[in-house]
Design a protein around this ligand. Structure first.
Ligand code: GLN
Length: 378
């Protein structure tokens, strides 16, 4: 059959993960912790299954979990989302993102994507007949060029996808970025899809600039988040999104026929766990320590970097080491040096000739130390 996605191969996370395994490499490629969630959460999950929450959950998600999400969002960002009509629990943030795109993007709509961009946005846009319009982050510090963003908007622009804290660059947006975004989108009907899965992983005392803090933005936005990232449980595929009722209604029209509902017992356990802010407020300092172990460990290396401002990723620039393209160098690092990372060019549709690899530092210190030894030897 003719492919609906002729340009799409297997996601980089699968191909690099397999290559890393084949070569027995230390795997700092796909973003996931190599340690377990809090035993308390695991206990709640076990109990929840035993208590018998083993049949379908409500389509939107378990009410107590939606209430907990509503409270958390209001407490952190000052915006109240109604549990009964403005929140949906999803099978990870990727499903929330896909479903949002499915619900709103039509044939020939344009969707602005800020590149480098996480790899799930573009195929979903294409699948529903839309066209992604890349706006490229600039320089070694991946600054947002707001005038380029403004010029990318056309009468066909249906949606803008943003991701803050940003995967893969580890940059975060300031208040001024948010205000510029708000000013540019004012008086348009553009829907904002805000991928905030790393909302709790922000460093150096900076606040997370959630779209939920900006009423004019929140009014047009679907905000997606992830329990996997926040509670060290990426394999559970549990996430959620919040949006004003008219947007959420359209989201749920698709969601109900996409997954109907997601893991019931997990939701009951998460509802209890999310209620306590202790379970997420220290995540930033937890990962900041790991970032610093990694950065200190490679001080003697020939890689250059700007410390990550958020997420559990660090970019390293390697132009002092080789002229190889990032995909070639990443493959050689796995095969020859037994260390896996992600080449940043795979996150770009626009031409890309910078020399960056992305490393995930959500790992125990022994693994980080070994990775640093390798990086120092290159
Ligand atoms: N978010 C993870 C990363 O960037 C990958 C998730 C996935 O493989 N879909 O590494």
């Amino acid at each position: 059959p003719s492919s609906k996605l002729p340009q799409v191969g297997t996601t980089i996370f699968t191909t690099i993960g397999q290559l890393a395994q084949e070569h027995n490499a230390i795997n700092l490629s796909q973003g996931f912790p190599n340690f377990n969630p809090d035993p308390k959460l695991l206990e709640l999950v076990g109990e929840s299954f035993k208590k018998g929450h083993n049949q379908y959950a409500p389509m939107q998600g378990v009410l107590s979990l939606r209430e907990a999400i509503s409270e958390k969002t209001e407490h952190l960002y000052g915006h109240f989302y109604r549990p009964e009509s403005e929140i949906t629990v999803t099978a990870g943030a990727t499903q929330a993102i896909f479903t949002t795109i499915a619900a709103f993007v039509r044939q020939n709509d344009e969707v602005i994507v800020i590149e480098p961009a996480f790899d799930c946005y573009e195929p979903a846009i294409t699948l529903f007949g839309g066209k992604s319009i890349p706006v490229v982050l600039e320089g070694n510090d991946f600054k947002m060029n707001w005038s380029a963003f403004k010029s990318a908007i056309s009468p066909k622009t249906k949606m803008v996808i943003i991701n803050n804290p940003h995967n893969p660059t580890g940059t975060i947006w300031s208040k001024s970025d948010m205000v510029q975004l708000q000013d540019i989108l004012r008086d348009t009907n553009i829907i904002l899809l805000s991928d905030e899965v790393y909302e709790h992983i922000v460093f150096d005392g900076k606040p997370h600039q959630s779209v939920a803090k900006y009423p004019d933005l929140a009014a047009r936005a679907v905000i997606c988040s992830s329990f996997g990232k926040t509670f060290h449980a990426t394999g559970w595929k549990m996430g959620y999104c919040v949006a004003p009722k008219p947007l959420m209604q359209e989201f749920q029209k698709v969601h109900q026929f996409n997954v109907f509902s997601v893991n019931h017992a997990m939701q009951v356990a998460l509802a209890q766990y999310v209620k306590d802010p202790k379970h997420y407020v220290n995540l930033g300092s937890f990962y900041q320590e790991k970032r610093d172990v990694f950065l200190k460990g490679i001080k003697g290396s020939r890689f250059k970097m700007i410390p990550s401002g958020g997420t559990y990723f660090q970019l390293l620039e390697y132009s002092d080491i080789t002229d190889e393209k990032d995909t070639v160098f990443a493959e050689r690092l796995i095969k020859q040096h037994k260390l896996a990372s992600i080449p940043v060019s795979v996150f770009c549709k626009a031409d890309y000739d910078q020399k960056f690899l992305r490393f995930c530092f959500a790992k125990t210190n022994d693994v980080l130390d070994k990775a640093c030894q390798i990086l120092n030897s290159i």
